[in-house]
Design a protein around this ligand. Structure first.
Ligand code: RIB
Length: 301
């Protein structure tokens, strides 16, 4: 079985569903409050695991009860947690999320995610070397991302860098990563003032811009490839991008064409957003195989 390693954040999400988002100084009533497992890294790892890959997670939890619960959740999802650090006297990362009409606003308190260090990654090189693809996001320190991308580049290990939340990237890291998957906001931060077409042509089969309800687009070296979405009515879009990236990783390690891997990402995320909570709706491969689009696109098994 192909091996996906995710280097990144693990958190717990505190989610309020509301009809009204308060303005500054205002108090409003919400409708529901729920707690879910989240963190972009953990969500990507759960997606890749449920969709059939062997997955290892490298990240950091605090020495609190939430940290124990987060590790337990990863293990329950079949993810190897031996590369996880536990940071003494630190709280595990949390996200405060407001959901209104299916869309979200998120405030992250990184806690232990911010303490994941290059020194910890240097002790995980065997795990990285055993990977068929390594996936990252931006909820961990920039120097950790830069170090791992450089390590993977030097050892010919493919990488997927999901630059979320938006943060600028060095030219070196941008060039060293194999796939880069910004959404529209993140694209603006990475390539300020530039248009999609020009930049996509600079990074063929590498830069994949996710466009929400418009699907995704990349340039294959000859033409722009627009990969349409599977349109559904969203209950909660939290984690849609993470599911996309976890599924993309599965497609890539399975050796599928990039367009098919992106389509797989679109399908998985369209299913995921039909349930509340970042991880609750992430489908298993058997659920996806029952989807009519699956049979039409992936003629496997
Ligand atoms: O992408 C969604 C995730 O972002 C949530 O699970 C939350 O933890 C934030 O990190």
């Amino acid at each position: 079985m192909k091996h996906v390693t995710v280097v990144g954040s693990c958190s717990v999400d505190y989610v309020v569903n509301t009809d009204v988002v308060p303005r500054e100084g205002e108090t409003v009533f919400g409708r529901t409050f729920e707690t879910f497992f989240g963190g972009k890294g953990a969500n990507q790892a759960v997606a890749a695991s449920r969709l059939g890959a062997k997955v290892s997670m490298i990240g950091a939890v605090g020495d609190d009860q939430i940290g124990q619960d987060v590790l337990h959740n990863l293990e329950e999802n079949g993810i190897d947690t031996q590369g996880m650090a536990t940071i003494a006297n630190q709280s595990t990362g949390v996200a405060h999320i407001i959901v209104k009409d299916g869309d979200n606003r998120i405030i992250i308190v990184p806690g232990s995610n911010g303490d994941l260090s290059v020194a910890h990654l240097e002790a995980q090189t065997e795990r990285l070397l055993a990977s068929d693809v390594v996936v990252f996001q931006h909820e961990i320190a920039a120097d950790v991302v830069e170090w791992v991308v450089d390590f993977c580049d030097r050892h010919d290990i493919p990488t997927i860098l999901n630059p979320a939340p938006a943060r600028a990237l060095s030219e070196k890291t941008l060039n060293q990563s194999t796939y880069l998957t910004p959404n529209e906001t993140e694209f603006e931060v990475l390539f300020p003032g530039q248009d999609y077409e020009t930049v996509l042509k600079m990074y063929p089969n590498k830069l994949i811009i996710t466009l929400g309800s418009e699907g995704a687009v990349f340039y294959d070296g000859k033409a722009m490839v627009k990969v349409p979405p599977f349109l559904v009515r969203p209950v909660d879009t939290t984690g849609a991008g993470d599911t996309f990236n976890g599924a993309l990783a599965v497609g890539i390690v399975n050796g599928w064409a990039l367009k098919d891997s992106v389509t797989f990402g679109n399908l998985a995320s369209s299913v995921a957003i039909q349930k509340a909570g970042a991880q609750a709706g992430i489908p298993t491969i058997s659920v996806l195989k029952e989807h009519e689009a699956y049979e039409k696109t992936w003629h496997i098994e």
